[in-house]
Design a binder for this molecule. Structure first.
Ligand code: MG
Length: 360
């Protein structure tokens, strides 16, 4: 029986992780449940799963205590806040099932260095990175030539720049294939999410940016692909269902029953097309910050989290998300990402600068 510490238990990933545990009671149980602010949601899960620790993020006694008695730490908290949990789980010497992108986007260097030092595995929960992991034979040392991430393209893929000026939060929240939380759904619409995923792939698989590309695949059936030296290309297929990557990160190296099998004849044609990066500046900004390294991705993310919240509240227009990020990146000098403290200060400064620009 694997004991799971689940951080972010009432969000989209958290609720689907509870479904996974519910359908495999012989395999998994929860030792720790932490919720952001949904006390009623936390209470319902506590009644059902009886974890040793159940608390809201604001009431955590110590981060280390959360992971003392678990086999796997599933980090599904959203945003920069997830990084602190990831680092604490690694320090506790636990396998990390990582659903929090910002841990690698902002803290990739710190996280991978700490994981190596502690001999801890970081297992991807993001569907694209789980697909890559599967195509690599669930090994870290499999040589590859290229990693190819698929992108649904979000709801505005074929919009003209003119149309993008007037889209609303409600339009952006209508994702064509995946059901997710609000922040990540907006990040899919701006393609910031795909930029983040390229940075994640760089850290997880030790790839150079030149070895990673993204391609639009509107059906979201192929979750990513790996190209090998000899020209062979492997893909992982499945219906868009996050339970599979969540479950595989928990059951690894085993596979357990999970999802409906893909009916290829019913699906018919699968499409792939070039990612129109020029229409979605957030994608390029993420890559630019990823290449610059140091605190740049943290500054980008702090500005993005602030700008997306302002967009969701109707305070700024859709193109202003990218404009805010670009302005903030230009105003804050890059430092070396040598500690959590440095990143945390860069994050706070980026948010402050973004709020000032948005005039809040
Ligand atoms: Mg993804």
């Amino acid at each position: 029986m694997k004991k799971i510490a689940l951080i972010g238990c009432t969000g989209s990933i958290g609720r689907q992780a509870a479904e996974v545990v519910r359908s495999h009671r012989q395999e998994f149980c929860f030792s720790t449940l932490v919720a952001g602010s949904d006390r009623a949601g936390l209470h319902a899960l506590e009644e059902e799963f009886h974890p040793a620790i159940a608390c809201l993020a604001a009431e955590i006694p110590s981060h280390a205590a959360l992971f003392a008695d678990c086999d796997v730490a599933l980090i599904a908290a959203g945003g920069f806040a997830g990084l602190r949990y990831t680092l604490a789980a690694i320090e506790a010497g636990k396998t990390v099932a990582l659903a929090n992108k910002e841990s690698l986007v902002c803290g990739g260097e710190l996280v991978m260095r700490a994981a190596k030092r502690r001999g801890v595995d970081i297992l991807p929960v993001d569907s694209e990175h789980s697909a890559l992991f599967q195509c690599l034979g669930m090994r870290r040392d499999t040589p590859f030539k290229k990693l190819i991430l698929t992108a649904s393209g979000g709801p505005f893929l074929h919009y003209e720049e003119e149309q993008l000026r007037s889209v609303t939060a409600a339009d952006a929240l209508r994702h064509p294939t995946w059901r997710m939380g609000a922040k990540i759904t907006i990040d899919c619409a701006t393609l910031l999410n795909k930029g983040y995923e390229i940075i994640e792939a760089k850290w997880l698989y030790g790839a150079d940016f030149s070895q990673i590309q993204a391609v639009v695949h509107p059906e979201s059936i192929v979750h990513s692909l790996v190209l090998f030296e000899d020209g062979a290309m492997l893909a992982q297929l499945g219906y868009p269902d996050m339970r599979l990557p969540i479950q595989l990160a928990l059951s690894y190296p085993k596979r357990l029953p999970c999802c409906e099998e893909v009916d290829l004849a019913k699906i018919g044609t699968l499409h792939f097309e070039r990612l129109p990066a020029e229409k979605f500046p957030c994608f390029g900004l993420a890559l630019q910050a990823g290449r610059a390294g140091g605190t740049a991705p943290t500054v980008l993310n702090g500005a993005a989290e602030t700008a997306v919240q302002a967009f969701l509240r109707g305070r700024i227009a859709f193109p202003a998300i990218a404009e805010t990020i670009e302005d903030v990146l230009g105003r804050i000098p890059i430092e070396r990402a040598d500690s959590y403290g440095t990143l945390s200060r860069a994050d706070a400064r980026a948010r402050e600068e973004a709020r000032r620009l948005i005039d809040e």
